[in-house]
Every structure is written in structure tokens, then in C-alpha cells.
Design a protein around this ligand. Structure first.
Ligand code: MLT
Length: 271
């Protein structure tokens, strides 16, 4: 059973989806989605584990956008929110995983609170900062969302987020992802784009990760392709790489069974 509840973190209220009981696993969502994207994994929590999927700042239903000011959030803010949530839930350490932007948040957490990790899951993500061209693209998308709304962001992003197999044969996944993107608030999207374009290079953090790491990538991921995942695996001493066939960037939604099996196997054999 999945529990949908809110946790008081300082002056904010963070929505979390939770399932299972036992050793904690925190799952951080991609941009511009929300905790709902982890439902397939929350429905298959292995025995002895507790999965916690929070909405990142500004995302999800009734989210507060800019607590305490109007400056756009940074990746460090997102990672401090996760630390604050873990404090509020009285979880000193956990296996912490993120998909794409969730992975960028996990890297920020490696920098700011490495003592929080018992393991890490890096799905369809990469440690590098944006290129100059990538930053320009994000600035354009900020204008798009402010002038044309979240629907225009969905139109632009869906063909990149989903692999060709999903686009051709999984209409329900396409619809679900579109719904999630369209439900995001304009300022949450703009804020996360600012946070992503300003994030530092996390490549140096790879050498500091001594805990077990699971790297997952969809074989059809065009945003953070398998070559990025292979490079991370070479840099991480205790890592396992799983490439999921017929899945794109949102591998956990596109091939939920394979993703959940890879996660369960990693948790049970490495953590
Ligand atoms: C995501 O899935 O979180 C985004 O595609 C990440 C990005 O744009 O770099």
C-alpha cells in the first residue's frame, strides 16, 4: 500500500509517497515530474525495505514555490530539503537514488551531506554541469514556460524524455508523463531550470563515493545516453551498471518491472 502524506520540514510541508517498512531508500524524481513517477517502484518494494519518494521544491500538488524569498532555488537548496526531510523522518542515513534531475540532487547531497548515504542509485543521469549550449536551451525553456505554460514544455520535452519504443507502443506512459508535466506549476518549472543551469560539475564527487552504487540507464535514453552511464561506472569503484532495453530517459516508468528488479537485486545483494 502506498501512503500519500505530508511531512513538516521547517516552515514547509513536503508531500511524500511511501511504501514498505525497513531499511530506507529515498527516491528523487526527474524534471519536470513529481513523486508520482516512482509509483511503479513503490508498488513493488522488496521485503525489508521502505521507499520514500518526496516532491522536490515547488513540484506536486499544493506545493510552495519559493519559501522565504523569491530567489530561484539552487541544486543545493533541493539537496538541503532532502536532508531536512530525512531529519524530520528521523532517518540518519539511507540509500539515496535519483533519476536525471533527481541524480543531480543526489550529487549535491554527496557534496553537502555524504554521511547520509549507505548506497546510491544513479538512474539516467550524469555528473557534468550543463554546457554553454545547454544553459542557453534552459533559458529559452524558461521563456517558453512563462509565455506558453507547462503544456508547451510537455510538447517540447516528451519526444526527448521517452524512448522510441515507448513513443510508438506505450501510449499510456506518454499520457501519464504529459499529465505530470502539465500539472507542474510554471514557477516550479522555471525554478528547477535555473537550479539545473547553475549546478556545478559533480565529476569530482565520483571519487568520494565509496558506498555501493547502482547505475541504471535506458538503452534508448537520448538525454543522458548509455555512454554517460558507462563513464560513471568506470569512475565508481563499487558500482553495478544495468542497461534497460526498449526504455528511454524515464526508464523506471518505461520499463517498470526491469527497473524495480534491478533495484531490488542491488538492495538485497549490496546494501
Ligand atoms: C530530467 O529528466 O530530470 C531532465 O531531463 C534533466 C535535464 O534536463 O538535464
Amino acid at each position: 500500500m502506498i501512503r500519500d502524506h505530508r511531512v513538516a520540514v521547517g516552515d514547509r510541508s513536503v508531500r511524500c509517497l511511501e511504501a514498505g517498512a525497513g531499511w530506507p531508500v529515498v527516491l528523487l524524481h526527474a524534471f519536470p515530474l513529481n513523486a508520482e513517477m516512482w509509483r511503479p517502484q513503490l508498488e513493488q518494494v522488496p521485503q525489508g525495505w521502505r521507499f520514500i519518494a518526496p516532491d522536490l521544491r515547488g513540484f506536486g500538488p499544493n506545493a510552495a514555490i519559493a519559501p522565504g524569498g523569491s530567489a530561484p532555488p539552487t541544486m543545493d537548496d533541493f539537496s538541503d530539503d532532502v536532508s531536512g526531510l530525512m531529519d524530520a523522518l528521523e532517518i540518519p542515513e539511507a540509500t539515496i537514488g535519483g533519476l536525471s534531475m533527481g541524480g543531480y540532487v543526489a550529487f549535491a547531497l554527496c557534496r553537502r551531506a555524504p554521511e547520509r548515504f549507505t548506497g546510491i542509485v544513479l538512474a539516467d543521469t550524469r555528473p557534468q554541469a550543463d554546457t554553454a549550449e545547454g544553459r542557453d536551451g534552459r533559458r529559452t525553456l524558461i521563456e517558453v514556460v512563462r509565455t506558453s505554460g507547462a503544456g508547451a514544455v510537455a510538447d517540447q520535452m516528451l519526444p526527448k524524455l521517452l524512448g522510441e519504443t515507448s513513443q510508438a507502443s506505450r501510449p499510456e506512459v506518454v499520457e501519464e508523463v504529459r499529465r505530470m508535466i502539465e500539472s507542474a506549476q510554471v514557477e516550479a518549472i522555471a525554478g528547477a531550470l535555473e537550479a539545473m543551469l547553475g549546478r556545478p560539475d559533480s565529476t569530482p564527487e565520483l571519487a568520494t563515493i565509496g558506498w555501493p552504487a547502482l547505475i541504471v540507464v535506458g538503452a534508448e535514453d537520448q538525454v543522458t545516453p548509455p555512454a554517460d552511464a558507462e563513464a560513471m561506472q568506470r569512475a565508481l569503484t563499487r558500482s553495478r551498471l544495468v542497461v534497460i532495453p526498449e526504455a528511454g530517459h524515464l526508464s523506471n516508468l518505461e520499463a517498470p518491472e526491469m527497473f524495480s528488479a534491478a533495484l531490488a537485486d542491488f538492495l538485497q545483494s549490496h546494501i
